[in-house]
Design a protein around this ligand. Structure first.
Ligand SMILES: NC(=O)c1ccc[n+]([C@@H]2O[C@H](COP(=O)([O-])OP(=O)(O)OC[C@H]3O[C@@H](n4cnc5c(N)ncnc54)[C@H](O)[C@@H]3O)[C@@H](O)[C@H]2O)c1
Length: 273
């Protein structure tokens, strides 16, 4: 009954960057809900390990080795997946990375790389899936990982932030174009997450980095998997073009704490005591 709510049993989803961290957690949750999963990754051992774990759960796990930054290879990988696993119903995109530092010194090739690995490949992959779904007359869902840096800016993170903001806008544009075919496109925007590449540091350093996070901690990869699977499932069947921040409240709450103005408590401006 619970599984049926998700509507993922027997479906097929490809996860781009599925071999580690958030991608691995997403592949595993999809499989737990009865979904067959293509695990696409640039590192063969990662894709193969996660696909083997999935197969043990009684659904199909297909490793797909591909560099998403290679247009031809990406298009071929999606076609190959549809041939080997069957027609796809959904796609999650996880791959993304950033350069950090002053925009005054940013080489233009780094700008391009940030846009290729956080925005461009997602458009190409989503369009391949949408073309396939539309040709078959099937509905489907795409869910992409952006960042809170695409919602509000972080200093010295310009090319990444602009690309992630572009992704958030892309989901809206494609929701506009593809809703008529039953194809949805939503985005998850993580805040600071504990991942294999960014493990927990010592408590004092963590605390210092989390001053603006109302929940006072980083999130975990399963928090992102849960949000992506929500968007890929029937639970969100009337939701498209949206961005869900999974950030412990970071983007909801600004830095001003009115306890500083406690003397004004209960007063209206200009009102006499
Ligand atoms: N870690 C955070 O705190 C945080 C915060 C906000 C947003 N994000 C976003 O979350 C996503 C995941 O970040 P992460 O650091 O966990 O990912 P990651 O670097 O661990 O990569 C995820 C997977 O993608 C694969 N991959 C990398 N390049 C690839 C390529 N060119 N082709 C195919 N596969 C490739 C990797 O092998 C890995 O298995 C990114 O989009 C990132 O921008 C992360």
């Amino acid at each position: 009954m619970t599984k049926a709510l998700f509507g993922l049993e027997g479906k097929r989803v490809i996860v781009l960057g599925g071999g580690l961290g958030m991608g691995e957690a997403t592949c595993n949750l999809l499989a737990d809900l009865g979904c067959n999963v293509a695990v696409l990754d640039i590192i063969p051992e990662r894709a193969e390990r996660v696909a083997a774990d999935i197969t043990k759960k009684g659904v199909r796990g297909l490793p797909v080795i591909c560099d998403v930054l290679n247009d031809e290879a990406l298009v071929a990988a999606i076609a190959r997946t549809e041939r080997d696993l069957g027609p796809l119903d959904g796609m999650a995109t996880i791959v993304g990375m950033s350069y950090m530092g002053s925009s005054l010194d940013l080489p233009m090739e780094n700008w391009d790389t940030d846009h290729r690995r956080n925005l461009r490949y997602i458009f190409l992959a989503a369009r391949e899936l949408a073309r396939s779904l539309i040709a078959r007359g099937s509905s489907g869902s795409i869910a992409s990982v952006a960042s809170v840096d695409g919602i509000r800016a972080s200093t010295n993170h310009a090319s990444y932030g602009a690309a992630k903001a572009g992704l958030i806008h892309l989901a809206k544009s494609l929701a506009g174009e593809w809703s008529q075919y039953g194809v949805r496109f939503n985005v998850v925007a993580p805040g600071g997450m504990v991942t294999p590449r960014a493990p927990l540091g010592d408590a004092a350093k963590e605390k210092q980095n989390l001053q603006l996070v109302p929940m006072q901690r980083r999130g975990f990869v399963d928090d992102i998997a849960n949000a992506l699977v929500f968007f890929l499932s029937n639970l969100s069947k009337y939701v498209t073009g949206q961005t869900l921040a999974v950030d412990g409240g970071l983007t909801a709450v600004g830095p001003i704490d009115y306890s500083r103005f406690a003397t004004m408590k209960g007063e209206m401006r200009g009102q006499k005591e």
